[in-house]
Design a protein around this ligand. Sequence first.
Ligand code: API
Length: 276
Amino acid sequence: MQLRFTKMHGLGNDFVVIDLITQRFKLKPHHIRKIADRHFGIGCDQVLTVEIPTQPDVDFCYRIYNAEGSEVEQCGNGARCFARFIRDKRLTGKQKIKVETLAGIIELELTENRQVRVDMGEPILDPKRIPFTADQQATEYALDIDGSAWQVGAVSMGNPHVILPVTDVDTAPVESVGPVTESHPRFPQRVNVGFMQVVDRDTIRLRVFERGVGETLACGTGACAAVVSGIVQGKLNSTVTVHLPGGSLSIRWQGPGQPVIMTGPATTVFEGQIQI
Ligand SMILES: N[C@H](CCC[C@H](N)C(=O)O)C(=O)O
């Protein structure tokens, strides 16, 4: 079958977006892996699908698949691209759209200066719901990683994140510590691994070794999780600029009971068709 797709990215975190409303096809893990393959397929970090919602009062269903083929709960950069895709394909005329994800309902809004603002919902700090093995909830946790002692943050944005503090992201041990932490036994569903450098109370630098992908140029949920962790540790104010290798995001969180608001760009690169 020929499948139409759109290649997009959010700060270099790249996606293949497929409309499964006007095209009917059931994507299986081996299809995802072929599409995501940068030599034998199109190439991307994640595949995103646009589907008919299953819940009332929701505009679309947004599903996310890592390059390895696993379906995941949430993708922040992908949410911005989803909004841009929906608008450009005229699948809605609404300014604000509600989409359902495995992590729950999020709200997307295209802003006047071609940015996208996303209400990512409330962060989850209860270890049992991240999930993360810990005696009790804390602002930071002692974690042994390959014999080295780290003090880390742990947050879910619907998907699990661990945040490792570093003094300089440029020299952070992403290649060595990322993989072993992604599959750390205290994270039963594996975990996205953020390396966070606090520049000042309004600014961080961040690199992320993503679950199911490896290091990406940007991670939206990772940026949200890192800011939440920095705020609960008393290191950050409520609105933070997050500098990632692929560019910058604005993340705002006003504390427990409040949603995390992410604002940033979404870019369409090209359209195509793939025989699948
Ligand atoms: N690798 C992530 C999903 C994609 C998240 C990232 N691309 C973002 O922008 O949030 C996970 O397995 O939970």
